[in-house]
Design a binder for this molecule. Structure first.
Ligand code: COA
Length: 560
């Protein structure tokens, strides 16, 4: 089928559907929702069999839904309507939720239902539920809806109609925290219902912020509402029955802003808080810390769950020291597990944007990531595995390739390219790591196509070694099996010898330092040169500036 994807942005759900539907043999083109006339023009140019709207903030224009079958992916069960579907589900702690494919009609979310899927709710932030359960359900439901179209069937049912099921957009007042009375679980639920957008508005140190990235801390206490501790860039705030860590804040006073690590946003007051060290800087492993290390059967599993997969200078340094600490243990294999939602998305663009000199901050950040990549790449005492349970993009993908084996959850979406960020050249030794896995021609094609890749396609040409899942159990079992197989003494010794020989051979052909110097010379131009494209792209990305046009690599109907 010819499917025109209409979206506010090419977000994770749109990318996943793009990957899956292309793999199913459909012909896809994408148009961003910029203006009704542009949408109508896109439909005229592409002649779609179906218009698919996985992520829209406005209604589809009437001429489009009158002429074409338009499917809206709604993150709620059949009958649910409104723009804050998941927010309400989290706040009300419903045990089971759903996704529905609805045909667009004049009234929002009120059209015929073509397919649906359901899932058990998990105690997690909204964006995490969206990236996992909602996305998985959407893939199933969209496939079911398209199958009905292909077999000439109609919708499953027409909804009863009426306004009873309409849930309005949730206001800040409806989820405001009462710090004197709300317990830890309530505070977490409220913050999670608004994370990653719009964030829960609150007052800290007499200033208004939006709060994100909350974790329970049952082992601490203080006067409810007080800030009582700091760990790295997170701050801890007391509740009547414990406390919560808050990792990210977005200033809500003054001009439109963006989120950043909490201590950075708070400034001086964060400096006065008692510090709690985490693992990777000599401290104990705290509950809910972003770096965790677990050992089993000669394998060390290093988890690093950084908010939005962003690897800033501070995270790089901590992760590098945690990796070095892991390498000192009596193990044979180290598995780099990444985080639940993302494995890694490269440089921390929000911290860079917030810095006095974004050019200097970019330079420092990329050098830190390169140091980390080098540390992994030159490890000759252990075998390493990158286990991608969450998505990865740009430098994050190439950092994973520094490991000896790369495994992924079947549902991950990879973006192994940098150019979407203002033609950034990229580093992380990608000029060495990518061609060595996929060959020079494929490396060039991946970098230039700028399209997301699914796990199966990535495996088909060797970008990754294997994948399993999409469920947690299947993915983790594959990782454990592979890691423990590599840790068997004979296998380990011969694989390690082979690794050392290959590295020595590669080094003779061209020194690793030379790859880095050449990449960084290009990055220096991106950061300090005459062309400001990277700085403009980063600014627009961080401020979530709406798109003004659809890039031609996505809008196939415009380049034909
Ligand atoms: N640094 C800081 N924040 C990042 C980030 C990065 N490298 N990559 C993603 N994020 C943030 C986004 O700003 C967004 O923030 P929000 O919580 O305020 O919404 C959030 O992560 C999710 O990103 P979004 O683009 O909405 O999610 P997605 O799942 O739809 O898309 C990516 C994921 C990775 C494809 C996209 O975010 C991206 O292109 N990131 C930039 C990658 C990059 O160029 N890195 C720098 C070069 S190494």
């Amino acid at each position: 089928m010819r499917i025109l994807m209409l979206a506010h942005a090419f977000n994770s759900l749109a990318q996943r559907l793009h990957v899956e539907l292309r793999a199913d043999g459909h012909e896809l083109s994408v148009e961003f929702d910029i203006h009704d006339d542009v949408t109508c023009e896109a439909a005229q140019l592409f002649h779609p069999d179906v218009v698919l709207a996985p992520f829209l903030k406005r209604a589809i224009p009437r001429p489009v839904w009158e002429r074409h079958r338009c499917f809206i992916v709604h993150p709620g069960p059949p009958g649910d309507r409104g723009p804050s579907a998941l927010d309400w589900a989290i706040l009300r702690a419903v045990p089971v939720w759903g996704i529905t494919v609805i045909q667009a009609v004049a009234e929002l979310d009120a059209g015929p239902v073509w397919a649906s899927a359901s899932f058990e709710m998990r105690a997690a932030r909204k964006s995490s539920l969206y990236r996992h359960e909602v996305t998985e359900g959407a893939v199933t439901a969209v496939r079911a809806a398209l199958a009905r179209v292909a077999s000439g069937l109609g919708p499953l049912f027409e909804p009863a109609g009426g306004s009873a099921t309409w849930q309005p957009a949730m206001t800040q007042a409806q989820r405001a925290i009462d710090w004197r009375h709300d317990d830890m679980a309530t505070v977490l639920r409220k913050i999670r219902s608004a994370d990653g957008h719009p964030g829960l508005e609150d007052v800290l140190d007499h200033r208004r912020f939006r709060l994100f990235d909350a974790h329970a801390e049952p082992a601490r206490s203080g006067r409810p509402g007080d800030l009582i501790a700091r760990r790295h860039d997170s701050v801890c705030r007391a509740t009547p029955d414990g406390a919560v860590w808050i990792g990210q804040l977005q200033p809500a006073d003054g001009p439109p802003s963006f989120k950043r690590p909490a201590a950075l946003a708070l400034g001086a007051v964060a400096q006065t808080l008692p510090r709690d060290p985490g693992w990777g800087d000599g401290g104990r492993q705290p509950a809910g810390g972003d770096i965790r290390y677990v050992e089993r059967a000669a394998v060390g599993y290093l988890h690093f769950d950084f908010y939005n997969g962003a690897l800033g200078e501070q995270q790089c340094e901590r992760l590098r020291s945690a990796f070095v600490q892991a390498r000192r243990q009596q193990t044979r294999v180290i598995v780099l597990m990444g985080g639940t939602d993302f494995w890694c998305n490269g440089m921390h663009l929000h911290c860079i944007e917030a810095a006095d000199s974004p050019a200097d901050a970019s330079w420092a950040n990329i050098n830190q990531i390169d140091d980390l990549a080098r540390e992994i790449l030159l490890t000759d005492t252990h075998l390493t595995i990158a286990a991608l349970g969450g998505n990865a993009a740009a430098g994050g993908v190439f950092l994973a390739l520094a490991a000896d084996r790369v495994l992924a959850r079947s549902s991950v979406v990879l973006n192994p390219h940098y150019r979407n960020m203002g033609n950034l050249y990229g580093s992380e030794y990608w000029t060495y790591l990518l061609p060595r896995r996929v060959g020079a021609e494929r490396a060039r094609e991946l970098m230039e196509s700028r399209l997301p890749l699914g796990a199966e396609r990535a495996r088909s040409f060797g970008l990754i070694d294997d994948h399993a899942g999409p469920d947690d159990a299947g993915f983790l079992e594959m990782v454990r099996r592979e890691a423990e197989a590599l840790a068997v003494e004979d296998v380990f010794e011969s694989a390690l010898q082979h690794k050392r020989a290959c590295r020595a051979d590669d080094e003779r052909k061209r020194a690793l330092a030379d790859y880095r110097d050449q990449e960084l010379a290009q990055m220096h131009l991106n950061f300090y040169g005459f062309d400001p494209s990277y700085h403009i792209a980063r600014h627009r990305f961080v401020h979530r500036t709406p798109h003004a046009w659809t890039p031609l690599h996505l809008a196939r109907h415009r380049s034909a």
